[in-house]
Design a binder for this molecule. Structure first.
Ligand code: BGC
Length: 247
């Protein structure tokens, strides 16, 4: 089965048709900058542009960087507040004329990693974390997703964790790899105290340079591995969601 996967991020909206049985992109992905401000109608316009550029008609899966229940976007920490309580599945359905599934971006990336990437065959409690504009989380128990966890927003030293340890925080505060990895280590120690995961998969754009920081994470017992699908995990997971029960 083929489906179009679209990944809405803070800086770019990217998409590609995917073979959901193999997790492979059928054509190279396309990326369009996220409109500023990222209001729903403008984002829907970009989604329409992407479906048209692939001449797509068929199932469409779309990730969103916030909590999504039954197609309704419930939080939007790094996008416009107009998304709160919006039926995004209906909005994108109208824009594309296709049947659309909307889900959290980290959940999508996590499902793709568990099926085709670093989490294949991993049992027990597995936590996927994405480090980008924010910190996204996807929690798996014996391979089953617990949707819409928001572990990027736990409090560390009186601050929202993602404002201290996301990739954006590294850039914004011009942190060295050592300094930033120290913050990530502290964050992961809190996560471990709460969840005791067997394995933590670290993804997001910064996982491309995992050799610069993952070896510095020494304060946790859990295994830690970089994501394998890198930037395509969201697209693949979005496409997979069109044919699975991921809420
Ligand atoms: C949002 C999450 C999202 C993460 C990564 C956080 O700010 O609350 O829902 O998964 O950013 O985009």
């Amino acid at each position: 089965m083929h489906a179009l996967g679209i990944d809405i991020g803070g800086s770019g909206i990217k998409g590609a048709p995917v073979d959901v049985a193999t997790g492979k992109l059928l054509t190279p992905r396309q990326k369009i900058p996220t409109p500023r401000p990222a209001v729903p109608d403008d984002v829907a316009g970009v989604v329409k542009q992407l479906t048209s550029s692939f001449s797509w008609s068929g199932p469409v899966g779309i990730t969103f960087p916030g909590v999504v229940t039954n197609g309704v976007t419930r939080t939007a920490a790094n996008l416009d507040p107009a998304w709160l309580g919006l039926d995004a599945a209906a909005l994108f359905g109208r824009a594309t004329g296709d049947k659309v599934r909307v889900l959290n971006d980290a959940d999508a990336a996590g499902v793709a990693e568990m099926t085709f990437g670093a989490g294949v065959g991993e049992k027990g409690t597995v936590l996927m974390l994405t480090f980008g504009t924010g910190i996204g989380s996807a929690l798996f128990i014996e391979g089953l997703l617990v949707p819409n966890t928001e572990f990027g927003h736990i409090e560390i030293r009186g601050h929202d964790a993602e404002t201290r340890a996301s990739e954006r925080a590294k850039e914004l505060h011009d942190l060295s790899w050592g300094k930033w990895a120290g913050r990530v280590d502290e964050y992961l120690q809190h996560i471990e105290a709460l969840l005791s995961p067997d394995l933590i998969i670290v993804g997001g754009g910064i996982s491309k340079q995992s050799e610069k920081w993952v070896p510095r994470i020494t304060g946790i017992r859990a295994g830690i591995v970089p994501a394998a699908l890198l930037n395509d995990a969201g697209i693949v997971g979005a496409a997979m969601a069109t044919s699975t029960g991921t809420r």
